[in-house]
Design a protein around this ligand. Sequence first.
Ligand code: ADP
Ligand code: ZN
Length: 617
Amino acid sequence: MDRTALDILKSVYGYPAFRGHQAEVVAHVAGGGDALLLMPTGGGKSLCYQIPALLRDGTGVVVSPLIALMQDQVDALRQLGLRAAFLNSSLSAAEGRRVEAQLLRGELDLLYVAPERLLQERTLELLDEVARAPAPSGLALFAIDEAHCVSQWGHDFRPEYLQLDVLAERYPDVPRLACTATADERTREEILQNLRLQGGRVFIGGFDRPNIRYRVVPKDNPRRQLLDFLRTEHVGDAGIVYCLARKKTEETAKFLNEQGIAAVPYHAGLDAKTRRRHQERFRREDGLVVCATIAFGMGIDKPDVRFVAHLDLPKSVEGYYQETGRAGRDGLPADAWLCYGLQDVVMLRKLVDASEGDEMHRRRNLQQLDAMLGYCEVTDCRRQRLLAYFGETMAEPCGNCDTCLEPPDTYDGTVVAQKALSCVARTGQRFGAQHVIDVLRGSGNERVRSLGHDRLSTYGIGGELDDFGWRSVFRQLVALGLLSLDPEGYGGLRLTAAAGSVLNGGRELRLRRDVLMRAAPKERKRRAPAALIVDPEVEVDAATAALFERLRVLRHGLAAEQGVPPYVIFHDRTLAAMAQHRPASSEAFLLLSGVGETKLRRYGELFLAEIRAAAID
Ligand code: ADP
Ligand code: ZN
């Protein structure tokens, strides 16, 4: 009679096999053990508590700060035929009581609860009662999602999370699993300590997101560059464009709409209703672009975000990794695209300088900025650099980032670097890159003349590069630590101690030759939905693409009827498998990844009929 974890994975979720640490974690928690699970976004953490909750007697209680998501999560579980509900402040008193009654009657497999709700004495007393109930009722486990919210160090700190240690005290026999996608050591320690999980096991999944393709382009005309990127590679795709300033999110959304790309802004300055509406549209529509500040973040678990674009430099590699991690949770190809220029660095330095906080804090922020700059300017594999930052080593270059796909051309930059550095020195180490470039290129502009910089020995010695080329040189010199930006935040460049060895000829430099508007990597030029691309070299045939579209329309209708996001019916990946394999029987349909017994029963006939109809049309 005992169902095994694998049976459940197959019959309920319709997946053929566990991934990574999943099987181990499930066995450990189902056996009553506590654990901390670190896995990247999209790694499959949810199954790690859902399946043990099904294997054990009673209800699994999932603590999550993401109230806005609970409805979708519960909808997704119900689509799988599971008994799920949530308790948070969005429910009316009567609705809340109904859920509580279900819980007491042992009618729930999973219950999602907001931390502040859980910590109310009333809720804890309710749980006490459930915990005392005889099998098959009771408490199966506690899952603490987004567990990094307990860390005071990180930026998602939630004070309520600190009180979750009550669970250890009050329910010592109920296993607890804390989950997070945040990697760093310090956060990990804080979670173990604050949630009293020191006796548990720690599972650390690799942090690589192999389906995300990283790319950094030098900023020239950022809007135009964004538009080209979207038009050549992401027509009709959902994605996020991150900007630093609120105003820019609005301008960018407006611009995209004018260009025929549906987009909405999102930032903390918009009223709550508008924010909710925009987030809601993003979740339910197939191809909306959200132009957002980092306020649009946690709580996006839309699986089919096909790109994350940054129009401004993120403040740290951690932030960048977290933001880009919102792309491609479904494992299908996705892009992380970043457009940056030296002006971004100037701007961020200014912000750091204006920020409150002690010297230590400022220094740390500057270090983070330097690391980000270093990432932008790498000439070898970007993914290797990113993972190294998180303490993970990758033996081989990834083959799926811009520097791997189109290795940058490098040249002996010793002489141009000397020219640039000495021009900075001659102009008095006070000016920003653009002015120094004007001097180097012999510009006759007013400012250059009025300062008398047209009489300097470095005036006009830089004819070998254009503006774009020089900007690239200056970015690299800053990233290499040969030039620094003035601490006042005006963008003035200064020589560092390290510059001396280059100036006196004691050090050779290889620099990267940036190419303006790099064409999109060849294989992505032809557009097909990401889900259908099995092999980038092989064209997606028209019949498959057409069938996929029909299935999407069918799915959309079903989702709208039930008021749920399309992906809780079937993921793109499952629709793609239908379009490719064209199952003709229930048995064949059940073999598709993502089709379990409940979904077969609910939707099998409809989708099989659509596939048959398409064959005739
Ligand atoms: P996380 O919470 O770690 O970000 P999720 O639990 O939401 O990730 O899982 C990401 C996606 O991967 C979901 O669509 C999930 O259904 C799918 N998934 C998880 N485990 C498996 C598996 N073993 N096989 C196939 N798909 C899986
Ligand atoms: Zn690479």
